[in-house]
Design a protein around this ligand. Structure first.
Ligand code: PEP
Ligand code: MN
Length: 283
């Protein structure tokens, strides 16, 4: 192995290599079964109670458990509006409670953790913060479940090194998420990254940690999402993440890669068919 060697597996990645792959989310959670295909869906950012209600209803109607939405948003340029912060966290908590859903939401800074941990179920570490080791250690110490996104330029070794930091500091429920890597060509002016499906078997030969694929950020183009969704489901990944919104074109961030609730329901039909053929259960 060029990327990860035997020494790494024994010494640097010992927790990644031996982790049982548990994803138990507090009182609300369930123990992830190797045949589960988890679908995490929701808007890029929480915008209003109305928006989150529509999303949550769609998830419930489809018997899904995991809702995503950011209250703190990383942005490429400083001119984008900031996330709703505490107001957004409250909306996420209310909706998750009302619809019996598990919430996944990003924190970007150590200072956000004490507040956010009271409102959300799963901490998301965004791609840009994958190697923010102080952040990883502080999140690990909360012992909350974590979704760790891969930086677009990170090797498998760097990605799993970040996972090792979380596990070392106490995280016991960890899901890895590939969200597109830097590549010379991306086939569309709006596509900044390419979905690296190869990472699924590459992780699976080293670790039992669940790995999911983000089909939205990895392509950035709405029309590409059905194809990536089908591929993600068939890839052997443990799940996928997708951005959905009642009015995708009005979404305050990532409007080009967000699908409508109707489109999402159609995608799910396809996901369920493929999952069934592979003896997987969509959760
Ligand atoms: C997100 O999931 O909202 C996000 C910002 O993703 P990433 O960190 O992968 O860019
Ligand atoms: Mn987004």
């Amino acid at each position: 192995m060029k990327d990860i060697n035997k020494h790494d597996l024994k010494n640097n990645l010992k927790r990644v290599a031996s982790a049982p792959g548990r994803f138990r989310m507090g009182k609300k959670g369930w123990d992830l079964n190797p045949n589960d295909f988890m679908v995490i869906a929701g808007p890029c950012r929480v915008e209003s109670k109305k928006q989150m209600t529509a999303v949550a209803q769609t998830l419930r109607e489809n018997h899904l458990k995991l809702i995503r939405a950011g209250a703190y948003k990383p942005a490429t340029f400083p001119y984008s509006p900031p996330g709703l912060g505490k107001k957004g966290l409250k909306i996420i908590q209310d909706i998750a409670h009302q619809y019996d859903l598990i919430s996944v939401s990003e924190v970007m800074a150590i200072s956000e953790i004490p507040l956010a941990k009271q409102y959300i179920d799963v901490f998301q570490v965004g791609a840009r913060n994958m190697q923010n080791y102080d952040l990883l250690a502080t999140i690990g110490k909360t012992r909350k479940p974590v979704l760790l996104k891969r930086h677009p330029g990170a090797s498998l070794r760097d990605f799993l090194g970040a996972a090792e930091w979380l596990l070392y500091y106490g995280c016991q429920d960890l899901v890895l998420c590939e969200r597109g890597v830097t590549a010379p060509y991306t086939h569309d002016p709006n596509a900044r990254w390419l979905l690296d499906i190869t990472i699924v078997p590459a992780i699976k030969r080293i670790s039992k940690l669940p790995i999911i694929l983000d089909v939205s950020h990895s392509c950035g183009v709405r029309e590409f999402i059905p194809s990536l969704t089908a591929a993600a489901t068939a890839s052997g990944a443990d799940g996928m993440m997708v951005e959905i919104h009642p009015e995708p074109r009005e979404s305050k961030s990532d409007p080009n890669q967000t699908v409508s609730l109707k489109q999402f329901c159609a995608l799910l039909k396809k996901v369920k068919k493929i999952a069934q053929a592979l003896d997987k259960k969509v959760v």
